[in-house]
Ligand binder design. Structure first.
Ligand code: ADP
Ligand code: PMV
Length: 382
């Protein structure tokens, strides 16, 4: 979609302090094959938030970035923040303030580099914060297009699936840039478990590309089968086909392993989840570590899987209802003091500073406050 500059470059009014948020996502089916034009299904995890603040600099000094333990000039930030830099650039241009410097702060409820879409979420939140700072409106498609241009810097050739899901409300079927919302008809739960091992999505995508070029027939066949599984999984979600969805997740994990992008720890977690009663389990996202997802038929089963994964030494486990407003999880959230969001890699002491209490959780144009789609999280001892 064409991205339109919102307003003419202008001197006034002055931008104010802006806030934006996005959230994590899991890929239920179709990671990697989606890069090759096959369908994929992703689920937004709206209670695992990525938040960003953009504070306009008024005294002519360069803007700064405070993110993932880095605090320093935005322009001099390490290469890993290339996507965020691009996000700032496109958002300033869109908002009509191409030369305005900002102090940018990000904070995350979920870890980076674990297949939960942190790169797209960080860029999307920064974009929303700058758009908010400028006081302009940005539609969903604008945010997606800008996020995707930042993802190109981070990943090279993103499918676009992450950019769509980290600011969307519903599970989506995505193919070649076109998304369709899925009305999930099963009262099931996703158990999302972090291996604690960071895997670079760019490295994983590059590794698959090399294998594709080296061994075309075999890899093409695997990608096609992954796409096929994703296409049928969309029907499972709509029709309540819990067991067939679980079987497809198991098959997808085996195929992704054949692409050598799983990790022994992720494999062990997948096996444990199945032994603990998961209907199906697989790695999710880029791989080379990262997270796994397990499908649980009910909350009691999800709790058992979470308990056993924590006993295995897994650092963090979240339970997420696949259908939207789940009363039982709401109840668990309010009763269990250990439940709640934990900020990853951005310790409170180096957090949003003076912007923390002023911009947080506002319902602003182009951004949403987190809503009732709750995810239960528990962290194990590391
Ligand atoms: N809180 C954050 N603030 C700024 N940038 C972030 C943040 N979290 C992640 N990123 C960016 O995303 C990169 C990780 O992206 P990637 O390897 O694709 O992992 P993921 O699977 O989580 O998207 C980080 O190196 C960093 O550049
Ligand atoms: C591997 C891939 O399909 C998903 C990557 O997800 P994540 O960035 O690891 O959360 C890449 C893509 O869709 O561009």
């Amino acid at each position: 979609m064409a991205l339109q500059q919102h307003q003419q470059h202008r001197a006034a009014p002055e931008p104010h302090r802006g806030y934006g948020e996005t959230w994590a996502k899991t890929i239920l089916m179709g990671e990697h094959s989606v890069v090759y034009g096959y369908p994929a299904i992703a689920v937004p995890i709206m209670s695992l938030r990525m938040r960003a603040w953009a504070v306009p600099v008024r005294n002519g000094r360069p803007g700064t970035l405070r993110a993932l333990g880095y605090y320093g000039p935005l322009a001099g930030a390490p290469d890993q923040f290339g996507g965020v830099l691009k996000a700032v650039e496109v958002a300033r241009e869109f908002a009509g303030y191409p030369d305005q410097e900002f102090d940018i702060v990000t904070r995350s409820d979920f870890p980076a580099g674990r297949g939960l879409g942190s790169s797209a979420a960080a860029s999307g939140a920064v974009i929303r914060a700058i758009v908010d700072a400028a006081g302009v409106q940005a539609g969903h498609d604008d945010i997606v297009a800008m996020t995707n241009s930042a993802e190109v810097v981070t990943h090279g050739h993103p499918s676009g699936l992450d950019a769509v899901t980290i600011c969307g409300d519903d599970p989506v079927r995505f193919v070649n840039g076109t998304m369709t919302s899925i009305d999930v008809r099963m009262p099931a739960y996703l158990v999302i478990a972090d291996s604690g091992i960071a895997g670079s999505t760019k490295e994983a995508v590059d590794a698959v590309r090399r294998e594709y070029e080296r061994d075309y027939d075999r890899v093409h066949d695997i990608l096609e089968r992954l796409g096929d599984l994703a296409a049928h999984s969309a029907d499972d979600l709509r029709d309540g086909g819990l067991n067939s969805l679980g079987r497809r997740m198991n098959r997808a994990h085996a195929l992704l392993s054949e692409l050598h992008i799983s990790h022994p720890k992720a494999d062990a977690m997948v096996e444990q989840a199945r032994r603990s009663g998961a209907v199906g389990a697989k790695m999710t996202g880029g791989g080379l570590g990262g997270c796994i997802i397990a499908l649980a038929a009910d909350l009691s089963s999800a709790r058992t899987i979470r308990h056993d994964l924590l006993a295995l030494g897994v650092p963090a486990v979240w339970i997420h209802p696949l259908n939207q407003l789940d009363v039982e999880v709401d109840r668990e959230l309010s009763n269990n003091p250990s439940v709640g969001n934990t900020r990853f890699n951005t310790p409170d002491s180096e957090g949003a500073g003076d912007v923390r209490n002023t911009a947080d959780d506002r319902d602003i144009s182009g951004a949403r406050t987190s809503d009732a789609r709750n995810t239960v999280e528990e962290r194990g001892a590391l």
